[in-house]
Design a protein around this ligand. Structure first.
Ligand SMILES: [Cu+2]
Length: 194
């Protein structure tokens, strides 16, 4: 799925390259293909301090929401690094933006594990975990795909949606956030939602 979206986005980018310069942020087809998250505000999670929170508690500020798991070999650490760079590029405005990392692997990603993992990234990142039902409910709200895949040598990894969701300050979904640009450009777009 992700590669299809990427391929179509690339094709689209190629098509647009010859057209008039468009405001960059939203690859149109990618936007159309994402099924919009709705009514996620009432959902419950536990943050990396072990504190129960409602997703609605995050509103009042634009938010970047990303799903993943701490055992992820590359996609998640890359995205969290990039999100951290964007927060840094925002300067003091970074405190007025929220960034949420929701685990799709609550069995292994306890609050303690999330806290330890997120200590490598921007301290403003909020980790979200919960029991299986709570995480399933968040995945459903965001229409996120996440599936356990057994590994040959035992154990498992997770296949998961790797979109960064941009939510506005009322907690409504805006669009997939375009991560394929410099942190300063991404920061400039986020500032428009403050
Ligand atoms: Cu991942």
């Amino acid at each position: 799925m992700k590669s299809i979206v990427a391929a179509i986005t690339l094709t689209l980018a190629g098509a647009l390259a010859t057209a008039a310069p468009a405001p960059a942020p939203l690859p149109v087809l990618e936007r159309v293909m994402v099924v919009e998250p709705r009514d996620v505000g009432d959902l419950q999670m536990t943050d990396q301090q072990g504190k129960p929170r409602r997703l609605a508690d995050l509103s009042g500020a634009p938010a970047l929401v990303f799903f993943g798991f701490t055992h992820c070999p590359d996609v998640c650490p890359t995205a969290l690094f990039e999100i951290s760079e964007i927060l840094r590029a925002l300067g003091p405005d970074g405190d007025r933006v929220r960034a949420l990392f929701v685990t799709v692997d609550p069995e292994r990603d306890t609050p303690e594990k999330l806290k330890d993992y997120l200590s490598s990234f921007d301290p403003r990142l909020i980790g979200a975990t919960g029991d299986d039902a709570a995480i399933k409910a968040i995945e459903k709200g965001y229409r996120v795909y996440a599936k356990r895949v057994p590994l040959d040598g035992g154990g498992y990894t997770m296949d998961h949606t790797a979109i960064v969701y941009l939510m506005d300050k009322d907690g409504r979904f805006v669009a997939p956030f375009n991560m394929k640009r410099r942190p300063a450009e991404a920061a400039a777009e986020l500032r428009r939602y403050l």
